[in-house]
Design a protein around this ligand. Structure first.
Ligand code: 8OZ
Length: 358
């Protein structure tokens, strides 16, 4: 029998009961203090039949915040809040890793106690920041000095220690979608002339330093990385994404990671997506591969059967279908997602989507 979405899998040290992963999804429902709430426990526990849950992107430090209502992973209160979530998911036989996030320039001083957002280069992204005061223009970020980068690497280490204390099965480093690590990777946002800009080696340096430090903290078999080579979201662009991300994939081989997670296109339907051969990059990477973006059941099964992907991450379908695994298994109809309640709000559009069986 060929492998399919319902086959068990092993991602590093994490044993999955199926290959249907809940993708990281920003939901902005953890309050101004950034501490996971009981409502968040219910939401994740409802989705514990996924083979693996990747949590919403989670700031590693106060400077990592870029939207309202994000839960952090750098204080004791946040660890205690997340612990309730990992315990609830584990009690239902699920597995859960936390996505570690620094937003870089995709923020605003009102979200940073008045500080300027930081970035590889002082380039203001096009578009608007989503703040407690509504949508406002982005500001020009402050270019990080190279001597500030070790403290950011240390923030990833501390967040990883907090995640392990909170009972997570592992961590996923968010290097996708136009946030800090992606801003360093791609040359549309990185114009540095020091060791962190210019060549592929230099632009990948911060990601590889973060990866090395997180792997030393958690063990490579508990660490995944998410990349999005051609996603133009957040005003991102690279002059040669294929060569850059082929290099990144090859470099990541040295860490024996749990998995590499790729967003295989553009999200939120913004901008032109450059041509990219994901199969070529995937072949250069020797470990497990998680594919994401607009997969359905048929295309997920095909990607697994062909060997393109080991597991498939589903986003929007998991928002609307807490029992997505059961629905795929039985070819049941799916609930429609209500995009108006994706970001922020109450239990409406969050924990009130119906299950097949009450
Ligand atoms: C949508 C809205 C806000 C944040 C990402 C963390 O794209 C996000 C995000 C997505 O990775």
């Amino acid at each position: 029998m060929p492998l399919d979405l319902f086959s068990p899998a092993k991602l590093g040290s994490i044993a999955l009961k199926n290959r249907i992963v809940m993708a990281p999804l920003t939901r902005n429902r953890s309050g101004e203090a950034g501490v996971p709430q009981d409502l968040n426990v219910t939401y994740y526990a409802q989705r514990a039949s996924a083979g693996l849950i990747v949590t919403e992107a989670t700031p590693i430090s106060p400077m990592g915040h870029g939207y309202p209502g994000l839960p952090g992973i750098y204080t004791d209160e946040q660890v205690a809040g997340w612990k309730k979530i990992t315990e609830a998911v584990h009690a239902k036989g699920g597995k859960i890793v936390i996505q570690l996030w620094h937003v870089g320039r995709i923020s605003h001083p009102t979200l940073l106690n008045g500080a300027l957002p930081v970035a590889p280069s002082a380039i203001k992204p096009a578009g608007k920041a989503f703040t407690y005061q509504g949508l406002v223009d982005y500001v020009e970020p402050r270019a990080l000095d190279a001597n500030e980068l070790p403290a950011i690497v240390q923030d990833y280490v501390y967040a990883t220690q907090c995640a392990l204390k909170a009972g997570f099965d592992g961590v996923e480093i968010h290097a996708a979608n136009g946030y800090l690590l992606d801003q360093f990777l791609r040359d549309g946002s990185n114009k540095r002339t020091d060791n962190y800009g210019g060549s592929f080696e230099n632009r990948a340096r911060l990601l590889l330093e973060v990866t090395k430090a997180v792997v030393e903290t958690a063990g490579g078999d508990k660490v995944g990385i998410r990349i999005s080579p051609v996603n133009p979201f957040n005003n991102m662009h690279d002059s040669n994404p294929q060569a850059l991300f082929n290099y990144v994939a090859e470099q990541l081989n040295q860490f024996n990671l749990a998995y590499l997670h790729a967003v295989e296109g553009g999200i939120h339907g913004v901008g032109k997506v450059d041509a990219f051969d994901f199969e070529q990059m995937r072949k250069l990477y020797k470990g497990a591969y998680m594919a994401n973006l607009s997969y359905d059941k048929v295309r997920g099964n095909d990607a697994i059967a062909s060997g393109h992907a080991d597991v498939i991450a589903y986003g929007v379908p998991f928002i609307a279908n807490p029992d997505l695994v059961e629905r795929y298994k039985t070819d049941a109809a799916l609930n429609e997602a209500d995009s108006k309640s994706f970001y922020g709000g109450t239990e409406k559009g969050y924990t009130d989507y119906p299950f097949l069986k009450a």
